[in-house]
Design a protein around this ligand. Structure first.
Ligand SMILES: [Zn+2]
Length: 154
């Protein structure tokens, strides 16, 4: 069987450019995003873990990554370790929600979580439909991975 490789369509180049734009934006905003991780640090770290998973997948789809780059780190809250976002979120809603409503810095935390989630959605979209790769793209994705790993304490 002969596999015919179609050249990328203009729409796929647009998608690549969009990813590049969002990647640069995220790198610039990262330090201020991380600044607002208190007082719900574990929820923040888990959201970041979720982004990390998809970031690793995307780098592996178009480039290479060393073995220890793909490990997952669980997040501790109230003495329990959580591996999935849904489990920790459930714990948060049951144990911390009321307290969270009274927190003055909740608004900033929510904005930070939203920024991470939006970027994570871009990454997931590219995992699904992205076809175009570039050195700068891989470089920027790895840059973000390094930043995330520093925050997560790898
Ligand atoms: Zn807790």
């Amino acid at each position: 069987m002969v596999v015919v490789h179609q050249p990328p369509t203009p729409a796929q180049y647009d998608m690549h450019n969009e990813l590049m734009k969002e990647t640069r934006k995220f790198i610039k905003a990262y330090d201020s995003i991380v600044l607002h991780q208190e007082p719900y640090r574990s929820l923040f770290l888990l959201t970041l873990n979720y982004l990390r998973e998809n970031l690793v997948r995307l780098i592996q789809k178009f480039g290479t990554l060393s073995k220890d780059g793909s490990k997952v780190k669980s997040v501790e809250c109230c003495g329990v370790f959580y591996d999935t976002y849904d489990d920790l979120k459930e714990h948060y809603e049951q144990s911390h929600y009321r307290k969270a409503l009274q927190s003055a810095s909740l608004c900033e935390l929510k904005m930070s979580l939203t920024k991470i989630s939006l970027f994570e959605r871009t990454i997931r979209g590219y995992l699904k439909g992205g076809e175009v790769s570039s050195c700068e793209m891989i470089m920027n994705l790895k840059r973000i991975l390094r930043k995330v790993d520093t925050t997560l304490g790898f």
